[in-house]
Each structure stands twice: as C-alpha cells, then as structure tokens.
Design a protein around this ligand. Structure first.
Ligand code: GUN
Length: 300
C-alpha cells in the first residue's frame, strides 16, 4: 500500500495498449506483404529476474503474432559459442531481431557480444553503429526503455521542450540513451538535460531543480522528499527486488521512495506497473521496424 492518489499515477498499461494497437496495424500491413517478423532472445545462465523478462518478451510476441524463439544457454557457455550462435542468427533471413539478455556471466565480454550482432537486427539499439545514429539524430531504432518513457510523456501530455530534465543514472541501457533522446532537436524532445550519478556532488541540489526527474540508478527507494521540489514529474525506472514477507519472499520497489514524495510530486510512475510494461512494448515496436527495414517494406 502506498499513499499516492490514483490521479497522480502515470500507469504504463494504457500507454503500452496504445502502442500495441499501433503495432497491430503495422503488423497487418507487413502480413499483407507476406512478412511475419521474428525475434530471437538469447538468455545465458539462470538469473531469476532475467528469466522473468525473457518469458515476458516471448509472451508479448505471441500476443501480437510476432514469431519468437528463446535460446537458453547454460551459465558456463563460452564467449566463442555465444558469438557463433549470434553469427548464425545474423545470416538467417527469417530472423529479424536478436536480443541478448543482459547482464551476461562475467567471463563473457558484453561489448564484444553487442558488437557481434548485425546492426540491422539490433532491436535493443546497443550496437555502436545504432548508438551513433541515435546520438547524431538519425536513429535506426530507439533504445527500448528510454523510448518507452518518451511514449509515456507524450501520451500523458507532459511536455519536455525547454524543460529541465534531470536523468539520474548513466547506464548504457537507460541513463545515457535517455539523456541523448531528450536533448535531440525535435518536437518530442528539446529538453535541457542534466545527468547525475554516483559521483555527483550535491545530488539533491540538482534534482530539486528538475521539472522532470528520471530515476534510473538501481538503488531501492533512494530518492526521497529531500531530493524533490513541489510539482516535479517523476519517472521511476528502478525495478529493485527487496526482501519482503510475501509468497515469493521479495517485492519490487523503485528508485524512489513513493511514500516520502507522494505529496510533492505532480505525477509519478508506479513500480511495478509504470515504465516496466513500456520496455517490452517498444521492443515489439523495434522488432516490427527491423523486420520492415530488412524486408524493404515501407509503411504508408
Ligand atoms: N537487461 C535489462 N534490460 C535490458 C534490455 O533492455 N535489453 C537487454 N538485452 N538486456 C536487458
């Protein structure tokens, strides 16, 4: 239970439904061109959270009529073996998207794996070529979680143009690409962006200046009333498992202490049920876009 009034919550579900409806139309168009997109997800090892995410990705494909395959490899799989599997998928014309679930076991070089993925099939937007296209304002696909956050802000009519957005966290998956999307010169971005992180001095001084705070540091309930000014829109990207007296023995909390900030925030995304559903919706979007690009289908 938390004390945030319902009308302050920015829920992901209606936004992901909106994206799925749009995708339904694009998928029908692809089908009329005899194209059915296919996504292959590779999971190395048995990280329980990764297993949950990978299962959800497969289910989302099924719901939309996107073909999907999950390749599960043991934790001790060699980098060489993994690279060989990626190479097979790179040249398999029936497969349009390749997603290697991160994190990988520590004996595997994540960067080498990402660089091995055919950029045309890189539905995560992790390959340096696609990161470069993103930064230079001419993206192939958009990084899933940041793109999902942009969709949410758009859906809930929260403008970013000219606003001060503070991005907390500098990961390659969320923080860095998020800052990059927001700073772009286009009608959906145009923000003034500050990135804060674990080495930032006077963190609260900066976050208090935010019109929009995007919390993506992976520390349970880190941001409290001391970090936030009245009227801030808060996007909580954290999905942290903490011990709890539940059936599973844990519960999920965000990077923001909801109880502490509930009276201050203008709007806030809940955890779970906020940004989470958006990441997978945007992955589906990227799979559709990658399939269209590879099959030379242009949407009307
Ligand atoms: N691990 C956590 N988030 C992601 C993601 O968006 N893509 C991949 N491949 N791995 C992840």
């Amino acid at each position: 239970m938390h004390s945030v009034p319902e009308e302050k919550l920015l829920k992901g579900k209606p936004v992901s439904e909106h994206v799925y409806n749009r995708l339904g139309e694009q998928l029908s168009f692809l089908k009329s061109n005899n194209v059915t997109p296919k996504l292959t997800v590779i999971l190395v090892g048995e990280d329980p959270a990764s297993q949950v995410y990978v299962r959800r990705k497969g289910k989302a494909c099924e719901k939309l009529g996107i073909l999907s395959e999950t390749i599960t490899l043991p934790a001790e799989t060699s980098e060489e073996t993994l690279l060989a599997r990626i190479q097979e998928l790179n040249t398999d014309d029936s497969n349009h998207g390749i997603l290697v679930q991160l994190p990988l076991p520590s004996h595997i070089d994540e960067n080498r794996v990402i660089r091995a993925i055919n950029p045309a099939k890189d539905v995560d937007c992790f390959h340096p070529q696609n990161v470069g296209l993103l930064v230079s304002g001419n993206p192939y696909v958009l990084p899933c979680t940041p793109a999902g956050i942009m969709e949410m802000l758009d859906y809930y009519n929260i403008p970013t143009s000219g606003k001060h957005v503070v991005v907390a966290g500098r990961s390659n998956i969320v923080g860095k690409p998020m800052a990059n999307l927001l700073v772009q010169k286009n009608n959906r971005a145009n923000a003034t962006v500050t990135v804060v992180h674990s080495r930032t001095q006077n963190m609260a001084e900066l976050t208090k200046q935010a019109d929009i705070l995007i919390a993506a540091i992976g520390k349970p309930r880190f941001f409290t009333a001391e970090h936030i000014s009245n009227g801030t829109v808060v996007v909580d990207v954290g999905i942290n498992r903490i011990d709890a007296d539940t059936e599973k023995g844990y519960k999920l909390v965000g990077d923001v202490d909801l109880d502490s900030v509930s009276t201050l925030v203008e709007k806030i995304t809940p955890v779970p049920g906020g940004v989470g559903p958006m990441t997978i919706a945007m992955l589906m979007q990227n799979t559709v876009l990658a399939a269209a690009a590879q099959e030379n289908v242009v949407f009307p």
